[in-house]
Design a protein around this ligand. Sequence first.
Ligand SMILES: [Zn+2]
Ligand SMILES: [Zn+2]
Length: 684
Amino acid sequence: MSPSFAEVVFPVPMDKVFHYTLPAGMSPPPPGTLVSVPFGPRKKPGVVVGYSETSSAPADRLKPLETVLDPQPILSPEMLDLARWMSRRYACSLGEAVFSLLPSGTKAGHRGKVKKSPSPSSLPSPSEGRRDNDIPSPSEGEGQGEGKTEGRREFTLTPDQKSALENIEGAIAARKHSVFLLWGVAAAGKMEIYMNAIRKVLSEGGSAIYLVPEISLTAQVLPDLESRFPGQCVVWHSGVSLSAKKAAWGALGSGEKRIVLGARSAVFAPVKDLRLVVVDEEHDSLYKEDSKPRAHARDVALERARRVEACVILGSATPSLESYKAAREGRYQMVELPERILGPVPRIRIIDMKREKKDAVLSRSLKTALGERLKKREQSILFINRRGFYTYCRCPKCGWVLRCPSCGVPAVMHKKVMRCHYCIFRTTPPEACPQCKQKGLWMGGMGTERVFSEIEKEFPWTKAVRWDTDTAGKKGAHAQILETVKTQGVDILVGTKMVSQGLDLPGVTLVGIVDADVALHRPDFRAGERTFQLLVQASGRSGRRDVQGDVIIQTRQPDHPAIRFAETMDYRGFAEEELLNRKELGYPPYGRMAQLIFSGKKEAVVETEAQEFLVWVGSFPFSKTVAALGPAPAAHARRAGKARVQILLKGDGEDFTQAVAVVKSYRPKHGVKLLIDVDPEELR
Ligand SMILES: [Zn+2]
Ligand SMILES: [Zn+2]
């Protein structure tokens, strides 16, 4: 008997399937097929996910499944299953999960068969990689410490690499799902292992996916991949055009092309016979999606690979504590590459800024070290992970701070205007405090502009370049700065973390981290971990090749574990201590977490809604083991004019999964919105 009703999903937040009748004579299209069907007032692309014998919808409301956009299913049963897993894991609707697997833009017209129609509920297609707001966070567009230089050379593998590779190749040949945590400092030769593992996969007739945290990094890896595996590679990320993706879709599905390189959406690439996923810089928070379904590409990669018995290589110099713990418990195989192949490890010095001149930007040691580099004609990089000049304007008498009226964050000085880093708000600092009328407001804090102007003041003859989203934000500007640096040279590069990308400065022998405390101050249980990662990654930029580099870290908290362990680059020491803390407080990776953000115009209303939610959620049996903490103001207590109140769910196992499923269905009243971020990488 033929099935009666096709179940179709759309990219809408309603977690249900919609039923359509099959017109007489139509053979039921297989699940995973893209169709166009009446939905509300117009026709809308949807995906068939299954069939049912009965429907609860009234017969006169049922519409026929009219147009099959492509007889070939766009999603395999395996990928549909992955979407089901995602909708459970990340608290989104099945439709949202299904459509996130398709190249963005598919809903507007797959293979040109549907006219483009403005579709108000079509999913946003967030660009991957750097968040465009400038949250002072170490995740701002991180590059990697290795890449370019080592890849192009012909390598003889070290004994460490050899045994690591043998292990990995064995697992690939055995077709057994295994996860390898490849832990190696910058320039320890991780990429060489990835490349060899991919070679093994291709020799077995399989396909591989190679993930990098950010789009710009694909440009660093691609030449190497292309030269080793000519004609086999497809680049896949949100910046790739829909038409290019459609072309690639076919070539990947048929196995004509077998390597996909890309940012997080590449984890969904429809490759034939997936045998390996490489997740480089696996600790990077950019792998977590910023919009629904808020999936973590690393975790999706692990899940997808598990289902098809493929291998996963997670690579990092500073693995996430999640991965480190899994390796320690034997769930992943830890592969260590302790040696730095290119040159000796840098010397690291910690400078206590409490002992420097008040409000100093550069410590005496850093100034001296910069001067020495200039004399020797060597290059230096100064990291400051915040844009702008002064980062706040404050009243010395009453403590009033100039904030963005709609976002609540302190406005940041750029040239002569104060700007909000979240929205377009601009203003000039007032003459007097609006609260207590005190004249002479204080400017404080520092961003890239201030550090840069300090360099111009201290070393007026030097060639310095500032590199952040203000100077390199526009299309092409990145390349232009790079060109300047290449052709005219540069003595000192001042920038946010993005200076480490797309840029190979072989002459860098000094890295200065101007304010290591920026990331430490975030109200986030991962603040320490992020700071440690940032320090180690930045340090890896110093002294490549044959010269030992220097690193100077400026901080006001020299005793903080993240700083202390960074001094000796002691990842294991840091990880063990941090894990103890997490365990004690029940934070991930001990247990899981979901951040629920209630937002709305009026703070009191939002607060009440959150309170009501707490009472509601407390009535479920899972609330015995799943804690609901809050309500409390979110880290960004206001954003775009909305008050934001958070509740944290902490728990584990089946109870936690159930809590997420239940919360997904909750609808606050009075226009209050609820955002659910499961396994958040950053509490915002
Ligand atoms: Zn005041
Ligand atoms: Zn704002």
